[in-house]
Write a protein that binds this ligand. Sequence first.
Ligand code: NAP
Length: 268
Amino acid sequence: MSTLPGRLVLLGHPVAHSASPRFQNAALHAAGIPLRYEALDVAVEDLDATLQGLALVNGAGNVTIPHKETVAARCTRLTALAKRCAAVNVFWHEDHALCGDNTDVAGVEFVASALLQGRTAGARVALIGAGGAAAAVLCAAERWDGAQVRLYNRHMSRAESLAQRFSRFTQVVPSVADAVRDATLVVNATPVGMHDDALPVPIDLLPEDASVFDLVYRPAETAWVRLAREAGHRAADGEGMLLEQGARAFERWFGREPDRGVMWRAMH
Ligand code: NAP
C-alpha cells in the first residue's frame, strides 16, 4: 500500500475485549506512523454501510467475529489464501477496490510449528470446532506434508460442510475422544474456556506426546493450557497467533515489518 489509509479499524461485534488496538497502536507509534487503530463495534446490519464509509477514506484494518466471511464476500480482490479460507481478517483498498487477505493462517502456522518443533510433516491434528478459526487451522494443515486432521464439532452438519472443502486430509468424527486418539497436536477452535475454566478436551484424554494449542486467549492463560502444561504437554494459548496475524496485517498495510517486541510488551 503506497499511501496511508485514512482510517485503520477493527471491525467486529463485540470488539471491546480485543487486544489488537493495544499492540497495533504501540507498533504504529514505534514506527512513527501517524495513525490510530480504532476498534469499531459494528452490528451485522451496519456492516455494508460501514464498509462504504471506509471506502471513501481509503480505510484499512482487521475483521473479527462475526464479519470475516461477509467481508470476504464483499471484497473485489482476495488473496488465494483468503479465497481458500472463505474468510478475511485483513482488508485494505487498492485503486478504490476492497482487497482482503487472511493472516490468521500464518498465525496458526507460527504457533503450531513451534509446538511441533518444526515436525509438521505427518502431523495428526485433532481439531475441535468448525467455524472461521477452524478453517484457518485447516488452511495451515493443508500445507503440511501428509498431515491428517480429525474434526469434531458439537453440530455435526457444520463439521461436515467444512470438512468437505478439505476432504483430502480431513475426516469428521463423532466425539472428542475419537478426534484426539493418536493426535500429535490438539487444537481448540471454539470459545470454550474464554470466560470460565471449562476445558474443550479433558486432560486425561490427551495422548502422552500431544501438543496443545488453544486458540482462545485471555488476560491470563486458559485453564486448559495451564493444566495441559502441568500434565507435561507442550501448550500455547491464542496470544502468539493473535500477535502474528496482527504483525502480518501491519506488513500488508504499510509494506514493512512492525516491531514484534513492542507489540508483545503492549499486550502484557
Ligand atoms: P465461529 O466462526 O463463531 O465458530 C465457533 C465454533 O465454536 C463453532 O464450531 C461452534 O460450534 C463452536 N462453539 C461455540 N460455542 C461452543 C460451546 N459452548 N461448546 C462447544 N463448541 C462451541 O468462531 P471462530 O472465528 O471460529 O472463533 C473460535 C474461537 O477461536 C474464538 O474463541 C476466538 O476467540 C478464537 N480465535 C482466536 C484467534 C487468535 O488470533 N488467537 C483468531 C480467531 C479466532 P457450533 O457450530 O456447534 O455452533
